[in-house]
Design a protein around this ligand. Structure first.
Ligand SMILES: Cc1cc2nc3c(=O)[nH]c(=O)nc-3n(C[C@H](O)[C@H](O)[C@H](O)COP(=O)(O)OP(=O)(O)OC[C@H]3O[C@@H](n4cnc5c(N)ncnc54)[C@H](O)[C@@H]3O)c2cc1C
Length: 387
């Protein structure tokens, strides 16, 4: 029998949309399934945030997984959480309280019971439904939500590929097998990257190891991943008035602030450097040699010798879901822009009953699409359309 709703991806976006379907659209739990390859929901989120050691989210207290924006605040009050769980001018929630709240929602709505373990590898139109191939079998659903992210597409610089191929201790911070215990006390570590992940990792790893943060340019400060106007109508009105997807893509690129960190993290990193708890080198790696248990990094102006290299170089921006989604696009004739991303309507439908969120919804939601607020915008559109 066909499912009513199948959500592909059990991350921040997939879980939020499942909660929107349950709470705002009144869809019964047995009519929804989430499919994800991990043994628990939010596994990628938990792994990435734990890997870099981040303590507070970059986003604010109204950006979380419950449909009601004040639910996290009420959760904190109910559980008598200490005031330090909300930090600074933007009231950024601690990772601890964000995760506790998320798990409570998952339990309350029994989302684990409606989650199927599997990786989708094919999607076809099947009469008026969607036929979804997974590595654990075939599913059929009236409606499918693609909640894929770019979080599995790690960016490895070319010089790093070669070193990794020899088995040398060079890791991407967000590779699933990364284990912080590879950084032994007193070892020397180079962290490559200049954004928020690099900043958090530098502070965390410098508690046990001798860390050098190698960044292309001095620390760049920004409160969020894009200017706050993009979270609401101030910038989005202009964005939605633009019909040309290529110009929308250019607006997204212009609005994003990659390689930046909020001021409080920047201050913590700078002060750690001043107190010689870590070192900052403004330079770029051009090559690396691994010999006799040590790396020699050739930078443009100097060189550096370390035991371990950690890449905080982020993700590749290409459209997620390759290669199986490419085939769906070709066979179903789904519209895509020159950048390869979906052209969808305001209700986020790419074809009847096929919805997108996250990066796949960028050309409709704008530069914040990948963030938690992007999931909330997608939830708003879904709730409006389904009701
Ligand atoms: C360290 C870190 C901190 C961040 N902090 C913030 C923050 O403070 N505020 C904010 O707004 N944003 C933040 N972000 C950005 C963003 O909110 C997160 O990356 C978030 O996890 C994105 O949610 P998602 O559901 O799109 O992706 P994910 O959490 O990556 O989940 C996607 C899921 O889909 C699954 N999947 C992929 N392909 C398939 C397939 N073929 N079949 C089935 N399942 C599949 C994946 O395995 C994964 O489980 C942060 C990102 C990182 C990396």
């Amino acid at each position: 029998m066909a499912l009513d709703w199948l959500i592909i991806g059990g991350g921040i976006h997939g879980v939020h949309l499942a909660l929107v379907l349950r709470e705002r659209c009144g869809v019964a739990a047995e009519r929804i399934r989430i499919v994800d390859p991990h043994d628990r929901l939010l596994a990628r989120w938990e792994a990435c945030t734990a890997a870099c050691g981040m303590q507070y989210l970059r986003s604010t207290m109204v950006h979380h997984l419950a449909p009601d924006p004040y639910d996290l605040l009420r959760f904190a009050q109910r559980s008598n959480a200490e005031p330090h769980h909300f930090h600074g001018r933007y009231q950024r929630p601690s990772l601890a309280i964000f995760n506790a709240h998320s798990q409570t929602l998952i339990e309350q709505h029994r989302l684990a019971d409606i989650t199927l373990r599997g990786r989708v590898c094919g999607l076809r139109r099947h009469a008026n439904d969607w036929q979804v191939e997974t590595d654990h079998g075939t599913l059929v659903a009236h409606n499918v939500i693609l909640a894929l992210s770019i979080g599995e597409q790690l960016r490895w610089p070319a010089w790093a590929h070669t070193a990794r191929a020899t088995g040398a201790p060079i890791y991407h911070l967000y590779e699933p097998s990364f284990d912080r215990r590879c950084i032994t006390p007193g070892s020397t570590v180079a962290i490559i990257g200049g954004g928020i992940s690099a900043g958090h990792a530098a502070l965390t790893f410098s508690q046990t190891a001798n860390v050098t943060l190698v960044m292309r340019r001095p620390i760049q400060i920004a409160p969020f991943d894009s200017p706050p106007g993009w979270m609401g109508p101030k910038e989005l009105r202009r964005f939605h008035a633009e019909p040309d997807p290529s110009r929308r893509r250019a607006m997204i690129a212009g609005a994003r602030l990659p390689g930046t960190m909020p001021v409080e993290l920047a201050q913590a990193v700078t002060s750690a450097a001043q107190q010689q708890r870590l070192r900052i080198m403004i330079d770029e790696v051009s090559a690396v040699i691994y010999r006799d248990g040590a790396f020699t990094l050739s930078l443009n102006q100097q060189s550096l010798t370390v035991d371990t290299i950690i890449l905080a170089t982020g993700f590749l921006p290409q459209r997620p879901g390759q290669p199986w989604l490419d085939e769906t696009i070709a066979t179903v004739g789904l519209p895509i822009a020159a950048c390869g991303y979906p052209i969808v309507g305001p209700d986020l439908q790419w074809a009847p009953g096929l919805y997108v969120t996250g990066p796949l919804a960028e050309l409709e939601i704008g530069p914040v699409a990948r963030n938690i607020i992007g999931a909330r915008h997608a939830g708003e559109r879904l709730a409006r359309g389904v009701r």
